[in-house]
Design a protein around this ligand. Structure first.
Ligand SMILES: *[C@@H]1O[C@H](CO)[C@@H](O)[C@H](O)[C@H]1NC(C)=O
Ligand SMILES: *[C@@H]1O[C@H](CO)[C@@H](O)[C@H](O)[C@H]1NC(C)=O
Length: 499
């Protein structure tokens, strides 16, 4: 009980919150929205947070189609379109709503209160009025669904008045801060264990994701809860943004453990955080999803995460079926594995000077090894998705392990070894799947920086290598002190393929 009170208190005190994409802001232009109706949605729904602020370079609805299809195939029902007040926001929303409509997906607005203001609810209502009538708008209880990032203190009734229609309002209010009596539901953003102050937990200050669930469920008093699930958190911005942004949250097997928790909890809604926030390394969408570069390419390049979305599929299916055993939803034998590209104590101080230098404590630009680095283990994480029991073999550099893996979904880990990463599944002495990862674990700093993002691979391996497009690499070299060739992952493989 005391622990719970402390957790609630820490949550309430969460003064600074995980910042979203550090994009610029500008004034919104207007666009007209064609109205049409849509049937209300049913019971359990899975959302995925989608950053509009990183896709301002998209030229048409076509550029959203692959995202819509891939999300839908995975069981995601709707994208939460995170919007700031950039000049391109309305055009991009138009593209997204149109692409969603023709791909049988749903979308809704998620106002990012880094840019919107709780003291200006009429601007929010006006934006809702522009888009809520479109075909792809998610409706719950026959009302347009509206969410947010932060926003405690905004007055729902003023939004509704300005929108000229009722809404299903499920913002990211915080227990103890927002008025939960005025909302229809709420999103908890904190999908990572923390110290309650937006940094990694310490033994004395440790707010688990489950403690966040408890605090929200208590504050919501029976209203629908949007439970967060996220695979990772690592960010390494320096002077690109006007605040210090160089930390990790403990991630390791979080994606596996949190999905297990979600199945036990069975909330009305789940939100995957995120589809495309490359800057915070919690994207589950492809690197090739068209987007710009706000500096994230330094740690996102050559780090595909698609295997995490593959892994979510049986969990999403189990969640929707109200089942706590995802194993029954495994369609085929598969391995999903992930690891950081270097061990945590590799020293990059001499070359990671993009942000003014590791020893530069002036202002907020002290960089160096990200805050919270001790909370990440030097291990290779492997999740086996099996139709029937099998042996899982992992060789990480000079470290090798074999696991007796039961049918269903199970997690394993192996100490990191520098060099090649090899994986196999055998059954009764026969090799079912085997392969070598395209990414080696290195004993030197890749591109000269501390990169605590994860490389995610699968067996069977994907047919093509997922790579950043040119726009997504625009800032790669900026500030780097060592050579950093673009898109080297699987380059040899690509050469072979083309000869
Ligand atoms: C925080 O609590 C969780 C759950 O009890 C535990 O697994 C984790 O190791 C703790 N973290 C720290 C830094 O004490
Ligand atoms: C420290 O970093 C700041 C911000 O990037 C920069 O303006 C300043 O020149 C740096 N100082 C040194 C000694 O490198």
């Amino acid at each position: 009980m005391l622990q719970r009170l402390v957790s609630l208190l820490l949550l309430a005190l969460m003064a600074s919150i995980a910042m979203s994409s550090p994009v610029g802001t500008g004034s919104a232009s207007s666009s007209s929205a064609v109205s049409s109706s849509v049937a209300s949605c049913g019971d359990k729904l899975v959302f995925c947070h989608f950053m509009i602020g990183i896709v301002g370079n998209r030229k048409s609805a076509d550029e959203y189609d692959a995202d819509m299809r891939r999300a839908k195939e995975s069981g995601i029902d709707a994208f939460a379109l995170n919007i700031g007040t950039d000049p391109y926001t309305d055009e991009q929303l138009g593209f997204a709503y149109w692409s969603a409509a023709r791909n049988d997906m749903k979308v809704f607005l998620s106002f990012d209160f880094n840019w919107w203001s709780p003291s200006n609810p009429s601007a929010i209502g006006a934006k809702i009025a522009q888009f809520a009538g479109l075909e792809a708008q998610l409706k719950v209880d026959n009302k347009p669904f509206v969410s947010s990032f932060a926003g405690d203190g905004i007055d729902r009734q003023s939004i509704v008045s300005a929108a000229g229609r009722d809404i299903f309002f499920a913002p990211n209010f915080h227990p103890g801060q927002g008025d939960f009596s005025s909302v229809q539901g709420a999103l908890n953003w904190m999908a990572w264990p923390s110290n309650g102050f937006n940094k990694a937990p310490t033994p004395g200050q440790n707010v688990t994701v489950a403690a966040g669930d408890e605090a929200y469920i208590h504050a919501l008093a029976g209203k629908p809860y949007i439970a967060p699930v996220s695979p990772w958190f690592s960010t390494h911005y320096g002077s690109e943004v006007s605040y210090s942004k160089n930390w990790v949250f403990p991630s390791d097997l979080l994606w596996y453990e949190r999905w297990q928790e979600i199945l036990q909890l069975g909330p009305r809604f789940v939100e995957i955080v995120t589809w495309n926030d490359y800057g915070e390394s919690h994207y589950v969408g492809p690197l090739s999803s068209p987007h710009g570069d706000d500096g994230n390419s330094k740690w996102a390049m050559d780090m595909p995460h698609n295997g995490w979305l593959d892994m979510a599929k049986p969990y999403i299916a189990a969640y929707k079926a109200g089942s706590t055993s995802p194993g029954a939803f495994v369609q085929e034998d598969q391995l999903v594995y992930w690891y950081r590209p270097t061990k945590r104590d590799v020293n990059c101080d001499a070359t990671d000077t993009t942000m003014g230098g590791a020893n530069n404590a002036s202002g907020n630009f002290f960089m160096g090894r990200p805050n919270g680095w001790e909370s990440m283990k030097d291990e290779v994480f492997v999740v086996s998705l099996l139709k029937t029991a099998a042996e899982v073999h992992v060789q990480s550099g000079d470290q090798s392990r074999t696991f007796q893996a039961p049918a269903g979904i199970n997690a394993h880990s192996v100490p990191m070894g520098v060099g090649k990463q090899k994986f196999a599944i055998t059954r009764n002495g026969n090799t079912v799947l085997s392969g070598t990862s395209l990414k080696e674990i290195s004993d030197s700093c890749i591109c000269g920086i501390y990169n605590f993002n994860a490389y995610v691979g699968t067996l069977p391996a994907p047919a093509t290598v997922d790579r950043l497009l040119p726009d997504g690499l625009a800032m790669l070299a900026k500030g780097l002190k060592v050579a950093c060739p673009a898109n080297t992952l699987g380059a040899a493989l690509a050469t072979v393929t083309h000869t």
